[in-house]
Design a protein around this ligand. Sequence first.
Ligand SMILES: O=C(O)C(=O)C[C@H](O)[C@H](O)COP(=O)(O)O
Length: 208
Amino acid sequence: MTNSPSLLDRVPVIPVVVVDDLGDAVPVARALVAGGIPMIELTLRTPCALDAIKAIATEVPEICVGAGTIVEPVQAAQAADAGAQFLVSPGSTETLLKAMTDTGLPHLPGAATVSEVLFLLEHGYRELKFFPAEASGGAKFLGSIHSPVPAARFCPTGGISTSNVGDYLSLPNVGCVGGSWLTPADAVKQQDWDRISGLAREAAALAR
Ligand SMILES: O=C(O)C(=O)C[C@H](O)[C@H](O)COP(=O)(O)O
């Protein structure tokens, strides 16, 4: 297991980014850095995602680039080879945990139930992704499990935006949240990098 170094205490919001066009990857990363968010999670949901990680790792060294949507063990090593500095999975299996651990990279395994949280604590993890956050009970769920399971800290992701991010960041067991709202698909399509920087600036200013 590897949560070390911590992934939850770097930025209030980890931008979860889907890149359809490889050419957008570097400008998006630069826009986030300009807005004060030097961290980006590229989802491995599009064919160019690994190349996007590689481009960002090479051309934007000031950002911490990671790979999200790790759902098959082989993707962990592929992401590491592309230059990912952290890994995120939406759920957790023994083989997925082993593959992510084998890379030596810090990673956030996903959990959505108390039993899954306990499973990951048993494996030594203290930082988890809570996914899909809103659909799985949201801030109310996380607030409810803090007393019985105080060792677990979370990056909730899924359904979070400016309207509910404060509910999560005010919880003692939340270090940061993940979300796609900093990089809206229409802004990327229009190459409106200033808009992305502005959204990042607002996110960077959120209190934890
Ligand atoms: O691909 C993954 O591994 C995921 O975790 C899914 C994403 O985190 C969510 O789709 C982002 O959620 P939204 O902010 O609601 O768009």
